[in-house]
Design a protein around this ligand. Structure first.
Ligand code: DC
Length: 334
C-alpha cells in the first residue's frame, strides 16, 4: 500500500473549475504513479475554507473515481494559506515509490516532492527536443532546451557582424550577453537583449553558426553556468549535447537519443519545409553531417554518450513511442 499526496488550485470558486482541477489532478497522479482507478483504496480530499461551491470528493467521483472510499473536509481558515487550494491523499494498492503531484499554483507547495533531473543528449534531428518537451509536460516538470541558448549566442554574434567565431571575437559578446529563458504557458521563450528570438533562432542559417559558436570555451562556460543554475531550482528535463557528461553529470536519468543520418535529415527537412523554408534534402543532410562532425570533434564538451546513459535509437520509433519509452524507464525507478 502506498500513500500519494497531491494538491492543485482553482482561480475561482465555481463547480466547473473545481471539477476540472480535481479531474486533472487525479489523472496526473494516476499517470505519474502508473496506477489505475481500481488500485485506489481511498481518496481523502481537503479544500481551503474559501471553496464552498462543490465538494472536491464529488468532483473526483464525477471524474470517474467512484469505486474508492471518498472523503472531503474543509481546512481551517489559516492566515496566509495559499487561497483556493485543494489537497488530496490517495491510498493505493501498489508497491512503488510514490510520486507526489502538485499542479497549478499548488506547485509552490511541493517542497516535499523529490527533485530529479533528466539528461537527454544526442545529435541534431534525433528527436530529443520533441521527446524532451513532451516528457517534461507529461511529468509536469521544467524543460530546458539548451540548444536554443547556443542558437541565441549565434544570433547575437551574427547581429554584431561577427562572422569568424574565435575566442577573441566572441568573448566580449559573452561578457555583455543579456540572455534569458522565460516560460509562457509552459513553452520556453528565448529572450536576447530584451527581444523574444524564439522564432529567429530556428532559421536554417543559425543552425551551423550555433554549432560553430558552441565550440568556444567562453561560450560553453557561460551557457553551462546558466543551465546549472536553472536546473538547480526544480525538477527538469534538459536536452543538448553535453548534459549527461558536463552540465549535470549527476543527473538522475540519462539518455542518449540517436537515429540514422537519413532519418534525422528527413525529420529536419520536413520540419523546415513545414515552417515554409525553401530547403533541399541533400543540403539538409550535408549540414547535419557537418554539424555532427563539429559537435563530436570539438575540444570542449564534445557530443558524447555518458557511460551511464541509456542509448535509445529512435530511427524506427514514432515521437509518441519515444516519450512512452523514456517515461516508462523513469517511472520504473522514481
Ligand atoms: O539542439 P540544437 O540543434 O538546437 O543545437 C544547436 C547547436 O548548439 C548544436 O549544433 C550544438 C550546440 N549545442 C551544444 O553544443 N551543447 C548543447 N548542450 C546544446 C546544443
Amino acid at each position: 500500500m502506498i500513500a500519494i499526496r497531491g494538491a492543485t488550485s482553482v482561480e475561482a470558486d465555481t463547480p466547473e473549475e473545481i471539477r476540472q482541477a480535481v479531474g486533472e489532478l487525479m489523472r496526473a497522479i494516476c499517470e505519474q504513479n502508473s496506477i489505475a482507478e481500481e488500485d485506489i483504496v481511498c481518496i481523502l480530499l481537503s479544500n481551503t475554507a474559501d471553496i464552498r461551491s462543490l465538494y472536491p470528493a464529488k468532483a473526483a467521483r464525477e471524474a470517474g473515481f467512484a469505486r474508492a472510499a471518498l472523503f472531503s473536509a474543509a481546512e481551517p481558515d489559516i492566515c496566509g494559506a495559499l487561497p483556493l487550494c485543494i489537497r488530496v491523499m490517495i491510498l493505493a494498492e501498489k508497491d512503488i515509490r510514490p510520486r507526489h503531484v502538485y499542479l497549478r499554483r499548488a506547485a509552490a507547495l511541493r517542497r516535499d516532492r523529490a527533485r530529479f533531473s533528466v539528461a537527454l543528449d544526442g545529435p541534431s534531428g534525433s528527436g530529443k527536443s520533441t521527446a524532451a518537451k513532451q516528457l517534461a509536460k507529461e511529468l509536469d516538470i521544467l524543460y530546458l532546451d539548451t540548444g536554443a541558448m547556443y542558437r541565441a549566442c549565434a544570433v547575437k554574434a551574427q547581429r554584431a557582424g561577427v562572422t569568424e567565431f574565435t575566442e577573441e571575437s566572441v568573448a566580449p559578446l559573452m561578457a555583455s550577453l543579456d540572455l534569458r529563458v522565460d516560460y509562457v504557458g509552459g513553452a520556453q521563450r528565448t529572450i536576447l537583449d530584451g527581444e523574444d528570438v524564439s522564432e529567429a533562432i530556428r532559421r536554417p542559417e543559425v543552425s551551423l553558426a550555433a554549432s560553430r559558436i558552441s565550440a568556444l570555451r567562453c561560450v560553453r562556460k557561460k551557457m553551462v553556468e546558466m543551465q546549472r543554475k536553472i536546473a538547480s531550482e526544480r525538477s527538469c528535463v534538459l536536452d543538448g549535447r553535453d548534459i549527461g557528461t558536463v552540465v549535470l553529470p549527476a543527473a538522475d536519468f540519462k539518455f542518449f537519443i540517436t537515429a540514422s543520418v537519413d532519418v534525422r535529415a528527413k525529420r529536419r527537412y520536413d520540419e523546415l519545409k513545414g515552417k515554409g523554408f525553401d530547403v533541399q534534402f541533400d543540403a539538409v543532410r550535408r549540414e547535419i553531417e557537418e554539424r555532427d562532425r563539429g559537435d563530436e570533434t570539438r575540444a570542449f564538451s564534445p557530443l558524447r554518450r555518458a557511460d551511464d546513459a541509456l542509448l535509445v535509437d529512435t530511427s524506427g520509433m514514432t515521437a509518441e513511442e519515444v516519450v512512452a519509452f523514456l517515461k516508462k524507464k523513469i517511472q520504473e525507478r522514481v
